[in-house]
Design a protein around this ligand. Structure first.
Ligand SMILES: C[S@@+](CC[C@H](N)C(=O)[O-])C[C@H]1O[C@@H](n2cnc3c(N)ncnc32)[C@H](O)[C@@H]1O
Length: 225
């Protein structure tokens, strides 16, 4: 699938708009998921069976992006990784807040293309990584941000193991979550609670109480650097 095909598909199925909760950020957004998912399968074929997560700003990502914009010291001058970035909403917030370098990780090629389009629309630079990095430790990222990643059991277990490896090498981890089933709440400290307006077609609600969580740093005792 050529890059041009992916760009055309995104432009044809979205509009450039700001979530009401994040008027500073423009994203290529869709209004509803099912027709878009069907169009994705029809036009992209079997290589794109993932739901179109990239066409929405999820409550966890919006809360985390809001937190980053309101607390720029968290990321300013630091290398930031946005894990499972979707539209790239959190990565874009980090770049706007003055991060030195921002990387967005995704497994969906359409998301990676959307992140680049969205970053450009906001006049910021975000590096994208296509593929699964969950068996690693986030390499040299000093801050790892993850919006709405605890919605599925196996993924949540792998994400949690990844985030714990990140904290063991001394990096900071923040998570945005609207109460998804598989978030292991007791492992986190609450940083902020927000009332986030959401897309009723996705969440069956108009507003979701969403928490920004901090994972305490637990540097491994056998680390020397
Ligand atoms: C609910 S969306 C959240 C997107 C964004 N963080 C937000 O809050 O708007 C979850 C995203 O995780 C991505 N994803 C799933 N498994 C992944 C993995 N192993 N590595 C990176 N991204 C992954 C999906 O493609 C999807 O875009």
């Amino acid at each position: 699938m050529s890059q041009e095909t992916l760009v055309t598909f995104i432009r044809n199925h979205t509009r450039l708009d700001s979530p009401s909760y994040l008027p500073e950020i423009k994203l290529h957004l869709a209004d509803e998921a099912f027709d878009l998912w069907e169009a994705t399968e029809r036009q992209m074929g079997t290589t794109h069976l993932a739901p179109p997560f990239w066409a929405f700003a999820w409550p966890g990502g919006m809360a985390l992006a809001r937190y980053v914009l309101d607390h720029p010291d968290l990321v300013a001058g630091r290398r930031v990784l946005d894990l499972a970035a979707g539209s790239g909403v959190v990565a874009i917030a980090a770049a706007m807040a003055g991060a030195k370098e921002v990387t967005a990780s995704e497994i969906d090629p359409l998301a990676v293309t959307a992140i680049t389009l969205n970053a450009t629309a906001n006049g910021v630079s975000v590096r994208t990584v296509l593929g699964d990095i969950l068996d690693g430790d986030g390499e040299d990222a000093q801050v790892v941000l993850a919006g709405d990643v605890f919605y599925e059991k196996l993924m949540a277990e792998r994400v949690m193991a990844f985030l714990e490896r990140v904290t063991r090498r001394g990096a900071q981890v923040m998570v945005g979550d609207p109460g998804r089933t598989y978030l292991p709440r007791t492992r986190f400290q609450q940083a902020a609670v927000q009332q986030v307006p959401v897309n009723r077609a996705l969440e069956d609600a108009d507003v979701k109480t969403t928490t920004v969580w901090r994972l305490p740093v637990t540097v491994s005792p056998d680390r020397t650097d």
